[in-house]
Structure formats: C-alpha cells, structure tokens
Design a protein around this ligand. Structure first.
Ligand code: FSO
Ligand code: SF4
Length: 545
C-alpha cells in the first residue's frame, strides 16, 4: 500500500505498512482499485453521454465509490470488493447499450477494460494500480490533489442526492476530471487548470447541499445544545448525513430511546425541523478522534452515517452500526433505501433499548447555528461592530480536527486571540475551542459556528455579503484572516472552493499535505499565498496585522 491522502500520513510522507487511520494494507489496495475502476466508469460514461445513453446509474456509482474511499469512511474489504464488481457491471452495461446502438467504442485505457475474474485476480490487480504508478512527482501530486478534491465533492453530492437534489454539471465535471487523471500525456498546466475548475464545482456542490439542507429542514438558527445526558437508553449518531438523521429521529420517536449527536452531526441541532423532537437530547463528546473513550462511556448504540471511524475496540464494537458509505468489518451495516422507502433502523433501535443510559462526561451547553441566513439577520449588528471597532478582525478557523499533538496550536491560538476578534468556524475543527469561555462582543458570540465542514460555504456567503456592504472590490480587503485546519479530503474541496472564490493567503495546518510536491506547493504559494502555520505568537502577529 501507499496512501498519502490525509493529514496524518505516516512521517508526513505516506502510509506504507498500515494506515495511521487503521486502514489495512489490503483495504488500501482495494480502495486504489476501486478508484481505478471508477475512472474506467467515467471513461465509458463520457462516451455514453455523447451518444444519448442514460448515465444516471454511472453518476450515482461514481460519487458513491469515491465517498467509500475517503479517509476512515470504510474499512470493510467485502464492501469495497462488491463496489469494484458493481463498477465493472455499471461500465459494461453502458458499453452494451452503446454496442446495441451501433456505436463504435474507441480503444480505451485498461481502467475501462479490466475485468475481475476471481478474488485472486482482484487482489493481484489491487497491488499494482496504486498512486505510485504515476512516476512524475508533480503530475502525481496534481492528479491526486484533483482526485481528493473530487472525493470531497462526491461526499457533498451524495448528501444532496439523498435529499433529492442533483446537479448534472457537477457529475459531468467529476467524469471529465477522472478521465483526465487517466491520461499519460496530460501536462502540469492542464492539471492546474482542472484543479482550479474543481474549486468552482466545489462551490456549486456546497451551494447545492446548502439548498438541499435548508429547503428540507429549514434555515439553521442560533441554538444552545446541551452537552449533558438524560437517564434513558440512547443512540449516538455520527457522520454528516442529515437524511439519516431525519429517519432515525422519526423511527426512535416514542420508543423511549434518546438520540444524541456526535462530532460533525452536532449542527443537526441547529435545524428547525429536528428541534421538535423531545428525545433529541444533545451532543455527546468531542471531535471524531476521541471516540474510543467516549463510545465506551456512551454505553448505548452508535450509528456512523459517514466518516470518521476509528477502528472500534472489542469492548464496544458490537454496539457500532454503519450505513451509507461507511463500513467496518464485523459491524452491522444498515442497508440503503430502496424504492423511495426510508432505511430501516429497527435493529439498532431494538439493540439500544437493551443498553444502559450514557454516563455523563460533561455538562453545560454549546452555542451554534450561525449559517448564512442567521448571520445575515444579524448583519446590521455585525457591520456596526466592525464600524465602531468593537470587532477588529474575523478569523476563519474552519476545517477538521485530528489526533496530532500539534493541533493544540488551535486551542492556544483561539484562546489568545484578543477580545475584539471573532472566530468563524465550520467542521469538526471547532471542538478545539468551542467549549472555551471566549465570551461575546455586544451579544455576538466570539465563536460563530456555521455547521458542518460543507457549511464553510456559509462563511463564504457571509464574506461576499460583507464585501458588498463595505463596497469593497476584493474579498481579500475584508478584515478576515484564514487559519484553517485540515484532515481529510472534504477539507481539500473546501480549500479549492475558497481559492476559486478568490481568497488569498490561507494558512493551512497543522502540516501541509504530503501529496503536494515541492513544485506544486510553489504554485500554490506564488499564486494564492498559501502557507503553513508557525508558532501561536508569530501567527497572532501575522493574522492581526
Ligand atoms: Fe471532521 Fe471527519 Fe467534516 Fe471531515 S468529522 S474530519 S473534513 O469527516 O468532514 O469535519
Ligand atoms: Fe495514512 Fe491517511 Fe491514508 Fe489512512 S488515509 S492510510 S492515515 S494517509
């Protein structure tokens, strides 16, 4: 195996024996093969589209397959193998339709012709299609940067799809970009162009998901979320999928089982449609990486709707369920929706009923719900605070949290920011400072949480609005600095989206991606002013200048 797609890549270079995330060598290889086959699906899909063959199954396959390969989403070799076989079937069904129409299919790369003849053949193939097959370091770096952006895009497209929202142009871009990564003659300039275009579609897919979420569940509003517990059996729901959230709340209603959010599901509390459930109690625990201790003390059943899974301890593994793109060998997987019917969560609900109530690990509240609609309602207050100097600077500290010791930087940075600054956050990065007593500025909390990582889109909407109010020509003239933390590939699409919106001088930490070659880093530094992080003291000076 060789994998360097996330921030925790071993030695800052890549995992080669086993993933720091817990991914086994065989799983990493199968994921490489799944990406390889997915590219083949896109190759044939582009031809099918030109010849008016229906491609909706291929669109769906591509975003599902890419999502399965996101960091710590799926560790289940069987499920990944089945997805590989499904990809070949989807691809070959398109070929058959083309042939039936009398279309001559041109000679295609092996991605689009390889067939899985046996388990041994799959294993053998999975070992020779990895990232390192691309010899040129810069081309490899750009191909992977683009692919990781697409993985993030796929995740957001899937959440929107689950709510009935699609954007065919996003799918078309995904196919085009995947096909481009199969080309052996592609140039650095072409790949840089596609990477920037990926940011444009990143904005589009986040806008689509924002529309899907808000039209389905209402606009997020200021909300105090309880972090204590009640004395009932309970289910902890993790990940990002709001459709799963809705169906679980409906199916647990009146059963005596409480529901708590975990990590990135916290923002579900901000949506009006979910507030009506009396048994939707609060948020339990912190960011994803603390789950080993927190799942132990939660005592109840746990449902993963997406990443981020830490391989579960045997002591609670039987209480862990997965659904959607997530999976873990030995954990019960809740099947997908069929024929427009909801998923059936009865097995986890029945299990939860037999388990003890959660052990309280903290008490109090956290405040959130500052997505664009809510912030724009406060716009006059915010603008006044900026004009009077009560707010001197906004710091966008969105993104992800992770295990690395160096991430204490973000707590210290937030803690040491002066009182006339406001943190704009989204994603699980917020757990580094959302429980600090940072106070407020004239009633505006000093940490404004917009929601999940995709709600970084909200932060961009707010920034664009402020640019308009202050009649500025350039988004970079605003008193906003960007100090972003990243972990996995959704953060990559958020970053590319911000670059597309013209945001400059983003600081990215705790370390720069291992998949960026020195030359690619130079391109990002020269054109966008991207930089890493320094010490808290240095960076406070820099960002507050
Ligand atoms: Fe975090 Fe995980 Fe949301 Fe990511 S829980 S790390 S960027 O999945 O998607 O912020
Ligand atoms: Fe390593 Fe991250 Fe890849 Fe897991 S996802 S194998 S931790 S680089």
């Amino acid at each position: 195996m060789f994998c360097y797609q996330c921030q925790e890549a071993a030695k800052g270079e890549g995992c080669t024996i086993k993933g720091v995330c817990g991914k086994e060598d065989s799983t990493a290889n199968l994921q490489d093969l799944l990406v390889y086959v997915t590219k083949g699906v896109s190759l044939v899909t582009e031809i099918a589209k030109k010849n008016s063959v229906a491609i909706d199954k291929a669109d769906k396959f591509v975003f599902e397959a890419l999502f399965v390969t996101i960091t710590n989403a799926n560790f289940d070799d069987n499920k990944i193998t089945n997805k590989i076989i499904e990809g070949i079937q989807v691809r070959d069904a398109l070929k058959k339709e083309l042939e039936d129409k009398g279309v001559a299919i041109p000679s295609l790369p092996a991605n689009a012709t390889w067939v899985a003849e046996s388990d041994e053949a799959i294993k053998a193939k999975s070992e020779i299609v990895g990232i390192l097959t691309e010899q040129n370091e810069d081309i490899r770096s750009l191909k992977e940067l683009l692919t990781y952006g697409l993985k993030g895009m796929a995740a957001y497209a899937e959440h929107a799809f689950n709510l009935g929202y699609i954007d065919e142009k996003v799918f078309a871009f995904m196919h085009k970009a995947l096909v481009a990564t199969t080309r052996t003659d592609i140039t650095v300039d072409e790949l840089v162009g596609l990477t920037l275009e990926c940011g444009e579609y990143g904005v589009n897919v986040m806008a689509l998901l924002d529309k899907a979420n808000t039209e389905s569940y209402g606009n997020p509003e200021i909300t105090k979320v309880n972090i204590g517990v009640r004395n009932n059996p309970a289910i902890l729901i993790s990940g990002h999928d709001l459709k799963d959230m809705e169906e679980l709340l409906k199916q647990t209603d009146g059963t005596g089982v409480d529901v708590y959010t975990h990590s990135e599901m916290l923002p579900a509390h901000y949506y009006p449609a979910f507030k009506k459930y009396e048994h939707f109690v609060g948020n339990y625990g912190n960011a994803w990486w603390k789950q080993k201790e927190e799942f132990e003390s939660f005592n109840g059943a746990i449902l993963f709707t997406t990443n981020c899974i830490v391989p579960p301890k045997d002591s609670y593994k039987d209480r862990v369920y997965t659904t959607g793109a997530s999976g873990f060998d030995g954990c019960t997987h809740i099947a997908d929706r069929k024929d427009g019917q909801p998923k059936d969560f009865s097995v986890i609900i029945e299990h939860a009923k037999k388990l003890p109530a959660p052990t309280e690990i903290e008490t109090g509240e956290i405040v959130g719900g500052f997505a664009h609609n809510q912030v724009l309602q406060l716009a006059d207050k915010v603008v006044d605070a900026v004009k009077t100097g009560a707010i001197k600077k906004f710091l966008v500290m969105a993104g992800c949290d992770g295990r690395m010791k160096g991430r204490e930087y973000y707590t210290d940075f937030a803690d040491q920011l002066p009182q006339d600054t406001v943190i704009l956050t989204a994603g699980c990065a917020k757990y580094r400072y959302n429980k600090l007593p940072l106070g407020d500025i004239g009633g505006i909390p000093r940490v404004l949480d917009a929601g999940q990582c995709n709600d970084s889109y909200s932060l961009a909407v707010v920034a664009l609005k402020l640019k308009e109010v202050f009649e500025l020509n350039d988004i970079n003239e605003l008193p906003i600095a960007y100090n972003i933390a990243w972990y996995e590939q959704k953060a990559v699409i958020v970053l590319l989206a911000l670059l597309h919106l013209g945001v400059k001088n983003i600081h990215l930490g705790p370390t720069l991606p291992a998949f960026l070659s020195p030359n690619v880093v130079n391109v990002l530094v020269e054109n966008f002013g991207i930089a890493g992080i320094g010490t808290v003291e240095e960076d406070l000076k820099l960002h507050l200048a």
